[in-house]
Design a binder for this molecule. Sequence first.
Ligand code: ZN
Length: 385
Amino acid sequence: MSLSRIIKQLLLILLLPALALSAEGKEFTVVIDPGHGGKDAGALGRKTNEKTINLAVAKRLRDLLMSDMKDVNVIMTRSNDTFVTLQGRADLANRKHADIFISIHANSVDKKSPMFTSVNGAAVYTLGLQRSETNLSVAMRENAVMKLEPDYSTTYEGFDPSSAESYIAFEMMQHANLDQSIELAEAVQNQLVRTAGRKNNGVRQAPFWVLVRTSMPAILVELDFICNPTMEKFMASEQGQKKLALAIYRGIEKYRKVADKPSASRKDRVVADSRPEELPSAGAAQSGSETGAGKKAESKPAAADDAKDRIVYKIQFLTAGSPLRKGDSRLKGLSPVDYYKDGNMVKYTYGSYGSQAEASKELKKIKKSFPDAFVIKTRNGKRIK
Ligand SMILES: [Zn+2]
């Protein structure tokens, strides 16, 4: 046996375990969920519909993952034009022990909205406690599909997707994987802006049924607005679909890199390059949706600079079920922050300003990371209306 042969044999022996590992290590499972399908077309465009776009982008994403991310298992909740229930989609992901769940959708606004043909931009949603009318209306539209199931009220335990009251229970559900879902959402949103050139409507939180029922990090991507003919054209084009799929792929790639690292290194990431702007919604302003807030509000001791009885303006940017630990990724590195309790909820605020104008000026900056942030008026640490 020649020396080079011995070396080759040795190398092979040394490499074998590694090879076996990488074959077996195909353990990262991605469930791709193209929204709608079959009798449920989703939102309608002029030339095409949402279910068609969702499926086309999902298939491209699947192909990219299978060819370029070797250790990944890809499962589709549907790979043709069939109707799958929301519960069925979540069940599949849970059964397969997916590592991440990605639901793909195209957005729309009410036909009566003045922005019907001009609204645009991508947004990635996680399940969330933050309630704004705009986000709620998107979730309501996406959840409405359950009404196409004959026994939907049994399957969904009496939940009525079109009743705002039905969503109150959602507030109590804290998703165990929210931190990681937000990581994933931010990574994908960032790439939808960079790679696919979408306007940045930010990472948002809303009560989507399909996200409630999944037990892994889960996001819902709204690629862009199908009611805007230019955006529809982009999403229907081969070029557009390639870019959108690549953006999600790169987001997954980034997420997997970051997810392995300790959270300290993640603090200062910025959600995306350009400023997210508020989505217009049919007749609904984004703030003021905190019905009854303030009534029950009790507060922790006011900060030293809140002189007694003085009106102080603050920026409310986040709602959580319990106080967050320092450095929690949901705070996105924003510091210093303050909070007050409102019923069972903890509402996080930033800053302390003498006038509405000052607070509004700062609000613009905060909205880059927290699109739903708004200004509140406080006295002695309590919110007043
Ligand atoms: Zn949809």
